[in-house]
Design a protein around this ligand. Structure first.
Ligand code: NAP
Length: 313
């Protein structure tokens, strides 16, 4: 007898992750009559729960608090019978017909698995960064940019996301300073002309953030020249850290195909290389990682999970 099995129960669908992708998948799965459980380690909402004001998810004329929206998504799915288990997933066994998900509370068995574990922003890892989140330190220009209307902000990073964030912020803030640790951008060259023609964007090259200066909120950042080591002080009202994202796929290596950055390789149909296993939301290879695209993925994943259960493909 196998040890550590929570229940001998075999679910139709195990969903890992209780963000917008996970709970939308749960809503669609239960409404299709599938026996569904969501495994979530903390509370509903995922990354969205960290944002107080969400203005780019339709249906809320005054915006919505991300934590509240996460809870509403959970309740909406539970209303039709989805279950939630607060557990941490340790490992997966996905190759057989009955999939196994090992967690802090034992093993769950299911005929299909939808992985919706998301991706979190990489941090700068400078002192006080965590405590200043929401008080000058931000990770999402589309979510939090409006708080900096007419102010001065720095975007840290030199990739496509950093440039995208800088362009969003240039339409809101008075001045945007891109702080990059090298002397040229990693971002696609097509952005060069656009950036050069945006009068309120400036650059600080070869610069690493070495210190965050704050009282109750961020006032300035100290930048260290990566060649000379010299430090300068830059007064800003806020910074947007855009140094890449980290998909939550540490325990999926060699279980499903991941790309170089660690995202699960899956197309718009959310199908992974493993039959009966789907990837929805930010954890999947995709062009636009937003709440609405995560929710859309959740619906699609549930649809194909149902098709797999009925037709075995
Ligand atoms: P990215 O391309 O990996 O760029 C991360 C940037 O942050 C790089 O410039 C990197 O510097 C810098 N960085 C990393 N760690 C740092 C640290 N500790 N301190 C300071 N700077 C640091 O990440 P991304 O911009 O989030 O994009 C992720 C992927 O999505 C990419 O493949 C990107 O092309 C794609 N994407 C595409 C679009 C689009 O096509 N419109 C939009 C957004 C994202 P170095 O350059 O020195 O390494």
């Amino acid at each position: 007898m196998e040890k550590n099995i929570i229940k001998e129960h075999i679910y139709d669908v195990i969903i890992v992750g209780g963000g917008p992708a996970g709970y939308t998948a749960a809503l669609y799965a239960v409404r299709a009559g599938l026996d569904t459980v969501v495994l979530e380690k903390l509370s509903a909402g995922g990354q969205m729960a960290m944002t107080t004001q969400i203005d780019n998810y339709p249906g809320f004329e005054n915006g919505v608090d991300g934590f509240d929206l996460g809870e509403k998504m959970q309740l909406g799915a539970e209303r039709f019978g989805a279950k939630t288990e607060l557990v941490e997933v340790n490992s997966y066994g996905l190759s057989g017909e009955i999939k196994k998900v090992s967690t802090s509370e034992g093993e769950f068995l299911g005929k299909t698995v939808i992985i919706a574990t998301g991706a979190k922003p990489r941090e700068l890892e400078v002192h006080k960064e965590k405590e200043l989140v929401g008080r000058g330190v931000n990770y999402c220009a589309a979510c939090d940019g409006m708080a900096y209307k007419g102010k001065t902000v720095a975007v840290i990073g030199g990739g496509n996301s950093a440039v995208g964030d800088a362009l969003i912020l240039s339409r809101i803030a008075k001045k945007v300073i891109i702080v990059h640790r090298r002397d040229s951008l990693r971002a696609t060259k097509v952005y060069n002309d656009i950036l050069n023609n945006t009068s309120n964007i400036e650059f600080m090259w070869n610069s690493q953030v070495s210190e965050l200066i704050a009282e109750d909120k961020l006032k300035a950042i100290k930048l260290k020249d990566t060649h000379t080591g010299e430090e300068v002080l830059l007064e800003v009202d806020g910074i947007f850290v855009s140094v890449g994202r980290k998909p939550e796929t540490e325990n999926l290596d060699s279980i499903v195909n991941l790309d170089k950055a660690g995202y699960i390789v899956a197309g718009e149909d959310t199908k992974t290389n493993v039959k009966g296993v789907f990837a929805a939301g930010d954890v999947r290879t995709k062009a636009l990682r937003q709440i609405i695209t995560a929710a859309a993925d959740g619906a699609i994943a549930a649809h194909y999970a149902e098709e797999y259960l009925v037709e075995g493909k």
